[in-house]
Design a protein around this ligand. Sequence first.
Ligand SMILES: *[C@@H]1O[C@H](CO)[C@@H](O)[C@H](O)[C@H]1NC(C)=O
Ligand SMILES: *[C@@H]1O[C@H](CO)[C@@H](O)[C@H](O)[C@H]1NC(C)=O
Ligand SMILES: *[C@@H]1O[C@H](CO)[C@@H](O)[C@H](O)[C@H]1NC(C)=O
Ligand SMILES: *[C@@H]1O[C@H](CO)[C@@H](O)[C@H](O)[C@H]1NC(C)=O
Length: 452
Amino acid sequence: MISVSNPVLVRSRCSRSELKGVSIMFWGLILCLICSFSIWTNLRTLSHHTSLIKSEDDMKREPLCRKLPDGVDYCEIEGDIRIEANTSTIYVFTPDERLGPNSTTSWRTKPYIRWYIQRNVKLWKVQIVRYSERENYNVKCKHDKYHTAPAILFSVGGQVGNYYHSFSDVIFPLYTTSYRFQRDVHFLASDYQGWWINKFQDIFNVLTRHPIVDIDNECWEVHCYKKMVVGLKYHVDLVVDDRSVSEYSTGVSMQNFRHLLRDAYSLERKTSISRQRGSTSPRLMIVSRKKTRVILNQEEISQVAREVGFEVVLADDVSTFDVPRFANLVNSCDVLMGIHGAGLTNMLFLPDNAVLIQLIPFGELSVIARIDYRDPTPGMNIQYLEYEISANESTLSHQYPIDHPVLRDPGSIHKKGWYAMSSVYLDNQNVTVDVGKLSATLVQAMKLLVRN
Ligand SMILES: *[C@@H]1O[C@H](CO)[C@@H](O)[C@H](O)[C@H]1NC(C)=O
Ligand SMILES: *[C@@H]1O[C@H](CO)[C@@H](O)[C@H](O)[C@H]1NC(C)=O
Ligand SMILES: *[C@@H]1O[C@H](CO)[C@@H](O)[C@H](O)[C@H]1NC(C)=O
Ligand SMILES: *[C@@H]1O[C@H](CO)[C@@H](O)[C@H](O)[C@H]1NC(C)=O
């Protein structure tokens, strides 16, 4: 889901050229993407053709930075690495003989998984310096000290103001990228936002045993490493699949991630109530939203859910809660129900075999809705049900005449682009759910719990 976040801008204390033309940066980035991609594909083709006689030199010429298939910037660097924060540059001092005369020696890289995000994501430069030219560069680590642990540099700007994107864009990719280092890794957070780091501190504690570094502000000290990653590995939102083979083989999985989350928040329940078969009522949590996509008849829905046999737990959207408390509350439930929106991200904390019920707002939103909250459920061992809101359950049916394209032909509104679509269907409708219809879904959820 692409939703507008509310980034809290933190002005870097070092960078002076920070605000120099976002559009220049943007077109520069595009140009750079095109160049580096064509250089990359050329190199790939070259190395493919010569693979039978692949010498050590060919291997050394593999670019440090590349594009992952989904357009994600990603660099893996080993060697004499020096990070100069005040110029957002990562220098890699390299013996001359390792570089061909035409080798690429610098890259612009955006350490955030969504390349199209422009707001609040700083570009970093990776610059190879030949030994013969090192005198021209005054970047020395303090006392010539190199950190022994490797580092991962990533942005915590972009869309992290949104709870879903906190997990899909940063926390989960950070888990997959850092897994092989087994907590002995420095997290260098660019576009640092203290409130955000604090909010998820318990999760970072299970991913690294070192404090998180506000790297943009390390202006008076050069940090030196022998090994680092710039950017995060990413394939699909909240999914580990066969595109991530290399991580798979090391043990990365959504189940393992959920296990870490249970550790981080001391969540007690690994599996939902099913096994006890009816001894206690299963708990159904309804996450509510307050401003958009509001469920107007929540009380009536609760009543029907109780009649079906659930104990109902009402919860406001997570943004107002502290995560540890909310994670525990969600983990105590067997069903999580809510309308499409970031609150459903809390399914991460549900026990195995629990059920997620996504209410899909009116307006042909099921494709988007399923990518965000259905597709990750198999990997999480969570069962999924959905309920589509029809026009007569949506306030849109009062806001527009019956034959208006908004009601009659949502596809035509989608064709006008994301903002036209979202301003109508995501930001401007509340719903009164037809409980007669919904009760069938609730009964089905109950059956799924008992069956397992
Ligand atoms: C380097 O580039 C120049 C000019 O494009 C070309 O003539 C030369 O053959 C290239 N050298 C190598 C080793 O690729
Ligand atoms: C960055 O800071 C270092 C001191 O750590 C200084 O030597 C260097 O000149 C600074 N670079 C710029 C571009 O200001
Ligand atoms: C609302 O619309 C749905 C689907 O178009 C229909 O099945 C249902 O009967 C309608 N309900 C009412 C109360 O009009
Ligand atoms: C939906 O409900 C919220 C909260 O009551 C309200 O602020 C908002 O204006 C409503 N939106 C529509 C489209 O009715």
